[in-house]
Design a protein around this ligand. Structure first.
Ligand SMILES: Nc1ncnc2c1ncn2[C@@H]1O[C@H](COP(=O)(O)OP(=O)(O)O)[C@@H](O)[C@H]1O
Ligand SMILES: Cc1ncc(COP(=O)(O)O)c(N)n1
Length: 270
């Protein structure tokens, strides 16, 4: 276990361990843009490279295990981290590797258990799901599944907001400290539920009728992670993250022929 001292005058340090989205709307690119907006120093360990645009994911190349391990150790062992966020981890072997590397730090970990892209393209191998369940979720400070990922991880089907507590309980049984179930795919208001099994917070936003939603999940998890790095409670961090993603989604713009990105820089353009 490495311990590092946060240097006086430096911003909090955030590490994203995730996939690269060449289109710049999701993945590592969304994470680093979001981290900049929240005033933390963003760092990355790239797990897989995707050839991706507004229409779909056209190719996925996993990095060799030693490249993933090397990036994480280079950051954690020298610079230090105040928070870790994980996103697309691609394969069973890489999920296991990342889960093991998390033991090198005591920083909080936000796990976004990315399963498929908005276009429906797979970003996690089927045999990796059980490794996420057994090895990654017990290490999570907060896990942020969408409704498809809830079904994949627990088998629980969420049809409306009344089903969210049952989904959260099934996830908490897998070992994370907190669960943020995202109801972005529900009908009606976009309601998310944050709970540790004792406290329960409903985060409610009006449903925005927008086509350009690429990157919402990565953005929410990175904003949440950034606020945790500043010392927010999970409740404070989740509320700030929800506000930011709502603003970014409202300002999402068309790029390419398909689903455009949320606007990470919307606060500079209003
Ligand atoms: N159409 C929408 N209007 C308002 N908020 C939304 C909408 N779609 C998603 N959100 C919000 O964006 C965040 C990400 O949710 P979601 O899109 O479900 O995640 P993912 O990108 O992992 O599928 C959540 O806070 C969710 O409530
Ligand atoms: C590399 C990478 N990571 C995550 C997502 C999920 O984002 P979305 O659900 O908005 O497609 C993605 N499409 N690509």
């Amino acid at each position: 276990m490495m311990t590092c001292h946060e240097p006086a005058g430096a911003p909090p340090r955030a590490l994203t361990i995730a996939g690269s989205d060449s289109g710049g709307g999701a993945g590592i690119q969304a994470d680093l843009k979001t981290m900049l907006e929240f005033g933390v120093h963003g760092m990355s360990a790239i797990v897989a490279v995707t050839a991706q645009n507004s229409v779909g994911v056209h190719g996925v190349w996993d990095l060799p295990a030693e490249a993933v391990r090397g990036q994480i150790r280079a950051v954690v062992d020298d610079i230090g981290v105040d928070v870790v966020k994980t996103g697309m981890l691609s394969s069973a072997a890489l999920v296991a590797l990342v889960a093991g590397e998390l033991d090198r730090t005591r920083a909080p970990v936000v796990v976004d258990p990315v399963g498929v892209s908005k276009h429906g393209d797979p970003l996690l191998a089927p045999d990796a799901v059980d490794v996420v369940r057994r090895e990654l979720l017990p290490r999570a400070t907060v896990v942020t599944p969408n409704l498809d990922e809830v079904r994949l991880l627990t088998g629980v089907e969420v049809h409306d907001a009344a089903d969210l507590p049952r989904a959260a309980e099934a996830l908490l049984a897998l070992g994370p400290a907190w669960v943020l179930v995202k109801g972005g795919h529900l009908r009606g208001d976009a309601v998310d539920l944050l709970t540790d099994g004792t406290s329960r917070f409903l985060l409610r936003g009006p449903r925005l009728d927008r086509r350009h939603t690429h990157g919402t999940g990565c953005t929410l998890a990175s904003a949440l992670a950034s606020r945790l790095a500043w010392g927010d409670t999970p409740e404070q961090a989740a509320k700030a993250a929800k506000d930011y993603v709502s603003g970014a989604l409202a300002a999402g713009f068309p790029l390419g022929a398909g689903i455009g990105p949320v606007d990470h820089g919307y606060r500079h353009r209003r």
